[in-house]
Design a protein around this ligand. Structure first.
Ligand code: GLC
Length: 435
């Protein structure tokens, strides 16, 4: 075992290998989050045990009712692939403390209870079959382990519990081949990296999987930030995780969640925002108790996948961060990082057949419809790119079409002026507003 590094050295060492380790992730854009566990059975969200005050004894009885059907993990991963995801992240053990694998250190697991099957193995096998990168979510907080709370104030309990957490993660990173992402969550009750001894543990875990990327929820900065329920760019690698309905991560009655479920267009709008603000989207499904995926998620996700097949160039790969992706709200740009190719995503198609883009100081060489490459005629007056012969109906069956703008060199761009009468002339605010 390599000697443990002090924090600053550890951080600069992982920073040095980050570009290599994260290249696939930065290109990959889209992942599927899968929240699955005993909490699916009562179907009132993954926090049910804590929120409803359920004792460990009572909760354990639910574990025998947890009966994932054979092949469900493969269905999730197949759906992820069909959605256009490049990776998937499974809650191998959520805060309830139930391990979805054959754990030697945690008897509260899916071999001893419920299905008597190793769901993590089924998931990792399926990811390899479909060529997806593998993410394992692993909670720190644990509502089942007797030391899971006592560790906050009892030194012996802390030591035992930290050993337990490390042993669980060691199993996950040792027994299932190459793992691409370790996704920590829930750092109560210790709250800090010091309290969780994360520096030492994460170093030992990385030694098991040298290419792994780790998120920021064990209290250390690690490889990427995790935004939750919001897409706001930050100046580091980040991933926004989103529920499917803004209600719950774990399963709740899908007959009732249906009206809240995201549509294909809403998800595409999230992907667009991730593109121009420089991050990934991790969209969540909460499978039913039997592991099947609610229809309200399958349909829009498959539509997203079909859209990505036609228009993926606008979404995948490292894109430029655009502080002003365009001021018109019905459409937004994404752009290649060399800024010679821009993609304009139309959330609402201009059905009048014309549309103008103000702000580029050089004209594009060519404008085309991304999905089939057909040319779009345009004129240019030094500021405004004007198209007057656009198809009258949205030319993408999803309702969201993309135009590709190719420039000979990265164009200068000034955000569409608040003073159109200047026609692109630069406006200098007066230093003194008194007339
Ligand atoms: C929050 C929730 C947790 C969920 C996670 C996903 O931390 O507490 O239940 O798994 O978000 O990011």
């Amino acid at each position: 075992m390599k000697e443990l590094l002090p924090k600053a050295t550890y951080e600069s060492e992982i920073a040095a290998s980050r570009d290599r380790r994260m290249a696939w992730w930065r290109d990959g854009r889209l992942g599927l989050f899968i929240h699955y566990g005993v909490f699916s059975v009562p179907g009132r969200g993954e926090w049910i045990q804590a929120c409803e005050g359920i004792s460990v004894e009572e909760y354990e009885k639910l574990a025998d009712l947890f009966l994932p059907k054979v092949g469900c993990a493969r269905e999730w991963v197949k759906l992820a692939k069909e959605t256009g995801c490049t990776y998937a992240v499974l809650t191998t053990r959520h805060h309830e403390g139930f391990s979805l694998w054959d754990s030697r250190v945690n008897p509260f697991n899916s071999i001893n209870f419920g299905p008597h099957r190793d769901i993590v193995r089924e998931f990792t096998d399926a990811c390899r079959e479909y060529g997806l990168k593998i993410g394992l979510y692993s909670s720190l907080m644990d509502w089942h382990h007797p030391d899971g709370w006592r560790c906050a104030f009892d030194r012996e309990a802390r030591r035992r519990f930290l050993d337990y957490i490390e042993a669980l993660n060691t199993e996950l990173l040792t027994n299932y081949g190459k793992i691409d992402i370790l996704w920590h969550d829930g750092n109560a009750p210790m709250e800090t990296a010091e309290g969780w001894d994360s520096l030492a543990r994460n170093q030992r875990l990385r030694a098991l999987q040298p290419d792994i990327i780790i998120n920021d929820r064990s209290g250390l900065v690690e490889d990427f930030g995790t935004l939750e329920g919001a897409i706001n760019g930050t100046d580091r690698d980040w991933e926004a995780c989103m529920t499917f309905n803004d209600l719950s991560w774990g399963y709740v009655d899908d007959a009732q969640t249906k009206p809240y479920a995201y549509s294909c267009q809403q998800i595409l709008k999230m992907i667009n925002k991730c593109c121009y603000s420089g991050g990934n989207l991790l969209i969540n499904i909460g499978p039913r108790p039997d592991g099947s995926v609610p229809e309200d998620a399958i349909r829009p996700l498959c539509q997203v996948g079909k859209w990505m097949q036609r228009n993926g160039a606008a979404a995948y790969g490292q894109k430029a961060i655009l502080p002003d992706p365009y001021w018109v709200y019905i459409c937004k740009f994404s752009a290649e990082s060399d800024r010679k190719t821009y993609y304009l995503w139309f959330f609402v198609w201009p059905t009048g057949g014309e549309f103008g883009v103000g702000g580029f100081r050089q004209p594009p060489k060519r404008i085309s419809l991304l999905k089939d490459g057909s040319s779009i005629p345009f004129t240019y007056d030094g500021y405004r790119i004007q198209m007057t012969q656009l198809p009258r109906n949205c030319p993408d069956e999803s309702g969201l079409a993309v135009l590709k703008f190719e420039f000979a060199a990265p164009p200068d761009y000034i955000p569409s002026s608040r003073y159109p009468q200047l026609n692109g002339g630069v406006y200098y605010p007066p230093s003194d507003n008194r007339l």
